[in-house]
Design a protein around this ligand. Sequence first.
Ligand SMILES: Cc1ncc(C[n+]2csc(CCOP(=O)(O)OP(=O)(O)O)c2C)c(N)n1
Length: 647
Amino acid sequence: MEYKYLNTIYYPSDLKALPREALPQVCEEVRDFIIQQLSQNPGHLGSSLGTVELTVALHYVFDTPNDQLVWDVGHQAYAHKILTGRRERFHTNRQFKGIAPFPSPMESEYDAFIAGHASNSISAALGIEIGEEAMRRETKRRKVVAVIGDGAMTGGLAFEGLNNTSMNKNNLLIVLNDNNMAIDPIKGGFTQYLVDLTTSARYNKWRWWMYRAARKLHLINDDNKGRVQRFTNNLKAILTKQSYNIFQGLNLRYFGPADGHDVLGLVRIFSEIKDYEGPKVLHIITKKGKGYEPAENDQTTWHAPGEFMVETGERLKAKGGKQDPLWQEVFGEQLLKMAKEDERVVGVTPAMPSGCSMNIMQRELPERVFDVGIAEGHAVTFSAGMAKAGLVPYCNIYSSFLQRAYDNIIHDVALPKLHVVFCIDRAGIVGNDGATHHGLLDLAYLRPIPNMVIGSPMTKEDLEAMLQLAKEYDGPIAIRYPRGKANMKVESHETTGEMKIGKGVCLRESKVESQKAIAVLSIGAIGNTVAEAIEAIKARGEEQEARIAHYDMRWLKPIDEDILREVREKFDTIITIEDGMISGGLGSAVAEWMADYEAKDERRKTRVIRLGVEDQFVEHGSTKELYRLLKLDKEGICESLLQALEQ
Ligand SMILES: Cc1ncc(C[n+]2csc(CCOP(=O)(O)OP(=O)(O)O)c2C)c(N)n1
């Protein structure tokens, strides 16, 4: 596509060389570029369209990469990538070996801090700001800017950052990008609060004008600034019958609300406030999906719409139909069913009702679903409180986001042994969202916690049964399942057995004696790939296939010791397979059990081969490419099994 300006912009220095009047046209071109690119190579569309003007203005005014731009979540940073050396590679965004899905300091010096998980930008930016001061750099003093959405602002970490910002001497600029949306519409006090703030915009304009005039007349200087600020805040309280706004109450200078789509206005404001001493907040109002009608009209769907036709707005993504539901839909339907049968059942989600399909229940029983904002720690402790009162909360959190709530799980749920059901979505490899979003650590981080029960279903039917069982189990219980299409019951399996906590199932017996045979123990949906690998071995020749037994362990904790005793008696070689870190999960559990057993009974050593993810962060790409990379796809598992059979 021919773009008058964009084709000449490689780095912010090229942008800065343009006259101000060119900026609205630059924005149009960046916006069009994002729409065209994302229609073919899917990604986070709505948020990135909403921040085009903001990004252009920031790079126009600030001296990046010396000045540090910290994006929160980073799903809104496509314009930033495009203007900072990655335009020509942008068609590889989120793809295997392509550019990273979120800002990554490992990829570009323009990405000041890692992003992907919400609400860390203020803390990180404040740390950089204070660190810079402490290091007393010879180089030009950097300015530090955090850009945070109103959704990410609902996270506790953001408030911790704000509070600390108010306590320290610093010059941090926080841009609050307020579009009144997260992925789903945001509810809650803070959002209403921002709406109220926005409606007092006229006062703020007046105050801003007065402030500038007073500064010019030297009526305000750095010494009396605080007092003047408090005076004007008091005046505002009298005029608008409102007390301080929350930012002013924290001694942060508050500017705005400003129109976040007026690029020239933003350039003016940034130029004006960037050198002001002290911490400050600029509140801007934007529209998610700005400039592309379908995205403006259905903001949740167009948060990450998949491929689409630009002209018609038709989305090309095939959704899971009735025959092959997504794991998420299985969860959503089962939760609704149980909620209808049992009044104690409630759903809790930290801002992901559509992502985890709790919106199925939300539509029918809205008062029984609690979307608590982007607040995983709170979601867990809130669930603990509800459990204490007698409800049965199904707290659904994506595996990688649950990392944020580790102590809440331990201290508030596991220790008092409260009946919270953790439904851990997006477990295993998630694909194009990459390293920040893979759910590879959950088995390892949950297993050492006393009182935890941990299960992972291999099929749709198993997930339903586990969710049902979890309702009757009176204690903390976690059920983890991946993203994507749910696997159906495999008819050829010898037995699927009744679902019981702590009981696995033998899916396939070996047909020959021990030394020559191997037992494969898997957990979760990856068991289906194991089954396919064994079928592939069978297709090559019956002899090898006859030497493989396959067990679906179903539960990591309590682990099925009957199975472990059985396989130890029958086999010399045991292979564990999981879609998580090798260290700490099923492989560790089995190896530890064998070591403990053999410490008491020296008769024979069992060889345990552990397959899973080695000690590394896994990059982005399609799940197919990544499972291939990790040798956890059918071919990889096939190879490992054949190798084990040969040894
Ligand atoms: C800790 C964490 N929880 C949940 C998410 C999933 N998530 C990604 S974007 C988003 C909404 C963010 O809302 P906001 O900050 O207002 O940005 P917007 O999407 O409106 O541009 C959520 C919940 C996440 N990235 N990190």
